[in-house]
Design a protein around this ligand. Structure first.
Ligand code: SF4
Ligand code: SF4
Ligand code: SF4
Length: 289
């Protein structure tokens, strides 16, 4: 059994219920596995908002809730001395609150900055995947069925953005969610296997605005926009909306694109070699006769 959390960015609405539930579970008292999480300054479930876009005309955000990823081969464990970080049989990575005293290098080792330094106790701290709760016989007795157990953040999410379960069981809810969605691992983790899996984090968009010739002072509604990837040959088609804007989301990263814009009665427009190294607004383009 390998316990994990899947996080669907597309479903996250930044309500902070998961963050608050984590605080409720871990602030104010110690558990068997961790010292109390401070009220301020630590974000075991960190609701990260990525600002996207390179133009004030087109700004978007992606919400990426980020706890510890419970890595298969954790960098924090390698950096720790005297067994201060250990991995349980179910894959959950735990920082021992006693053995880790003074070991600030554990904070620095995490590639996604999921470990926080507690000045008062002089220890590193992070998400425990609520293992102390999952292990608690009273909690399991209350639930009646061990399959119902969930970390507090997962239990609290009102929008089904979080899944929990056994990653080794292909029939578990979490395994089905991972199979049905696009896995979008955090780049800093460099492809290593983790028990926390991010889903549907958007990659890159290209966008622009199409205008009729300048003298009309009007946008072109319904212009056909075709994006062609020079590396893979795939095409994406869209049309400009009521405001003359077009946008294609989730494009492959670091590829080169040609963009063709057609509108009946006007000369076609073309952009060449647009690179998807970042979210990019290609600009306002004016049609000519
Ligand atoms: S509770 Fe769910 S929807 Fe709200 S911030 Fe957390 S993951 Fe997003
Ligand atoms: S995400 Fe960071 S803290 Fe969590 S297991 Fe991986 S290296 Fe350790
Ligand atoms: S699994 Fe538990 S400790 Fe980890 S972020 Fe969620 S509520 Fe906090």
């Amino acid at each position: 059994m390998r316990l994990g959390i899947a996080i669907d960015s597309r479903m996250c609405m930044s309500c902070y219920c998961c963050f608050t539930a984590c605080k409720d579970e871990h602030c104010g008292f110690d558990t068997k596995l961790s010292k109390a999480q401070p009220q301020m300054g630590q974000f075991w479930m960190d609701i990260r908002e990525w600002e996207r876009g390179d133009s004030s005309r087109k700004i978007k955000t992606a919400t990426v809730p980020t706890p510890c990823s419970h890595c298969k081969d954790p960098a924090c464990l390698k950096a720790a001395k005297d067994g201060a970080v250990y991995k349980r049989e179910d894959g959950i990575v735990i920082i021992d609150p006693e053995k880790s005293k003074g070991q600030k290098q554990i904070v620095d080792a995490c590639p996604i900055n999921a470990v926080y330094w507690n000045e008062e106790y002089q220890i590193p701290q992070k998400c425990t995947m609520c293992a102390e709760l999952l292990d608690d016989p009273e909690y399991l007795a209350y639930l009646g069925d061990p399959k119902l157990k969930k970390p507090r953040c997962v239990e609290s999410c009102p929008n089904n953005a979080l899944y929990f379960g056994d990653l080794d069981d292909p029939n578990s809810e979490i395994s089905k969610a991972i199979a049905a969605n696009k896995v979008t691992q955090l780049e800093a983790l460099e492809g290593q296997e983790t028990n926390v899996v991010h889903l549907n984090v958007p990659s890159v968009y290209l966008a622009g605005t199409v205008y009729l010739p300048k003298e009309f002072e009007e946008v072109a509604i319904g212009a056909k926009v075709t994006l062609t990837c020079k590396e893979c040959g795939s095409k994406w088609e869209t049309t400009t909306n009521y405001f003359g804007d077009w946008e294609v989301e989730d494009l492959p990263k670091n590829d080169h694109f040609d963009i063709d814009i057609e509108f009946p009665g006007y000369k076609p427009l073309k952009f060449t070699d647009i690179v998807t190294d970042k979210d990019h607004y290609v600009g306002m383009s004016y049609l000519t006769v």
